[in-house]
Design a protein around this ligand. Structure first.
Ligand SMILES: [Zn+2]
Length: 136
């Protein structure tokens, strides 16, 4: 999968996984997962990036079930639906504050304080706007 989704986000970074490559897993999203990934980027990640004004790196986006198991994700993980991405910035707490102030719609924002990344998700309907902090 090649090409940009928006100015700052590409299909490659939303799908590519070193763990998948190292383990011979294809990690190929289906149509509905691609629709969800595009929605996540267009409606949440890019507008957030625009407001934040600094780079956001995606450490994990789409995960097929096999990859998700391998990285220890919960079976119901939104990563397997293309609805979630782990966002790495210099200060994930700052990105969370920007999200809070932005009024952007999201489902869950999970801040992993020690690992310094923000898990963000968005689904088609029923978004919970839920903030969670894990001190891991
Ligand atoms: Zn995540």
């Amino acid at each position: 999968m090649k090409g940009k989704i928006t100015t700052h986000f590409s299909w490659e970074e939303m799908i590519r996984s070193r763990t998948a490559e190292a383990n011979g897993i294809e990690n190929r999203p289906g149509t509905s997962e691609m629709v969800a990934l595009e929605r996540l980027v267009v409606e949440l990640l890019q507008p957030l990036r625009d407001t934040y004004g600094k780079p956001i790196r995606i450490s994990s986006g789409y995960r097929c079930a096999e990859l998700n198991r391998l990285v220890g994700g919960v079976a119901s993980s939104q990563h397997t639906k293309g609805e979630a991405a782990d966002c790495v910035t210099r200060d994930a707490g700052e990105l969370l504050r920007v999200l809070k102030d932005s009024g952007l719609l999201f489902d869950q924002a999970i801040w992993y304080t020690k690992r310094n990344f923000l898990h963000l998700s968005l689904r088609k309907a029923g978004n919970r706007k839920q903030f969670i902090v894990y001190n891991t």
